[in-house]
Design a protein around this ligand. Structure first.
Ligand code: CUA
Length: 310
């Protein structure tokens, strides 16, 4: 089958399973087309005008049960298979390397946890799961690496995430797959997958930087966040230590998970999701933080363990 159908090379752990499903869908469609064509042509010949054949309109019930039941099973199979794959695609392992990506007309900006930044290039170690936290500072873009079978829309005002494990050393093309204006077609770059040692060497070659979390801590300080969220603060504000990934009870009784989007919304629109037991006194930081800085502050909050006195 792969000989007839030309697919991009498989360079992530997801690629093989995505291809298997794709080829199955393609195969079943091809089979249906052939099968129905044979029936149509066959019936046209057998029942042509003047041919002496049985033309009573008697219903073949057994055949109908088979037809309906068979199709139902086929569609349920496709649904179950695709749903399973979707769950795998949306559940990153805990220890994934986290890269923040920002789309912008017309480039991709990345930041590694170590604080190193790249534009349109993304260096990654082979064999390690990578989780991308993506957003855009203007219009909708779409992060697309065919060799990884990854395509994730990047939407203004929120984070979307995707993950994969690169399985092959090499350079793989990165596209923007959502029309985003004049230079959409040139909005792309390369994902360079290298040996882990080479990745480390690449990082150290780029010199020492402050990690994203450290940069975030500086911002946290300069925006005065410690004044309320720091230990020993007189203001009654929720502690952020160890909060990432936890469930938070809101004043309206709802439970939300403290993920990247929760922190983002709490910083930009603090009066929307007020934590139960607290007053809506936090000022909004909307318009005061660039996307990069927002992701750094979130990286800092994520880095806090429950024992941290921040
Ligand atoms: Cu960005 Cu198309």
């Amino acid at each position: 089958m792969t000989g007839i159908v030309s697919l991009p090379e498989q360079a992530s752990t997801l690629a093989e399973s995505v291809d298997r499903l794709f080829l199955f869908l393609l195969g079943s469609c091809a089979f249906m087309v052939l099968f129905l064509t044979v029936l149509i042509v066959g019936f046209a010949v057998v029942y042509r005008r003047g041919a002496i054949v049985e033309r009573s309109a008697e219903t073949k019930e057994g055949l109908e049960y088979f037809w309906i039941g068979g199709l139902l099973l086929l569609f349920l199979l496709i649904f179950g298979w695709a749903a399973r794959l979707y769950i795998v695609e949306t559940t990153p392992p805990d220890m994934a390397l986290e890269i923040y990506g920002i789309g912008k007309q017309w480039m991709w900006k990345f930041q590694h946890p170590t604080g190193h930044r790249e534009i349109n290039d993304l260096h990654l170690p082979v064999g390690a799961p990578v989780r991308l936290v993506l957003t855009t500072q203007d219009v909708i873009h779409s992060f697309y690496v065919p060799a990884f079978r990854i395509k994730q829309d990047v939407v203004p005002g929120r984070y979307t995430t995707t993950w994969f494990t690169p399985t092959r050393v090499g350079t793989f093309h990165l596209f923007c797959a959502e029309y985003c204006g004049l230079n959409h077609s040139s909005m792309g770059g390369s994902v360079m997958v290298v040996e882990p040692a080479e990745y480390e060497a690449w990082l150290s070659h780029r010199g020492n930087t402050q990690s994203m979390a450290e940069q975030g801590r500086k911002l946290f300080q300069s925006f005065g966040c410690f004044g309320c969220h720091g230990t020993g603060s007189q203001v009654h504000a929720p502690s952020l230590a160890g909060l990432f990934g936890m469930s938070v009870r809101l004043a309206d009784g709802n439970l939300v998970t403290a993920d990247e989007n929760y922190f983002r919304n709490s910083i930009l629109f603090p009066d929307r999701q007020v934590v139960a037991g607290y007053d809506p006194i936090m000022p909004s930081f909307a318009g005061r933080l660039a996307e990069e800085d927002l992701s750094r502050i979130i990286a800092y909050i994520k880095s806090l363990s429950p024992q941290d006195n921040h």
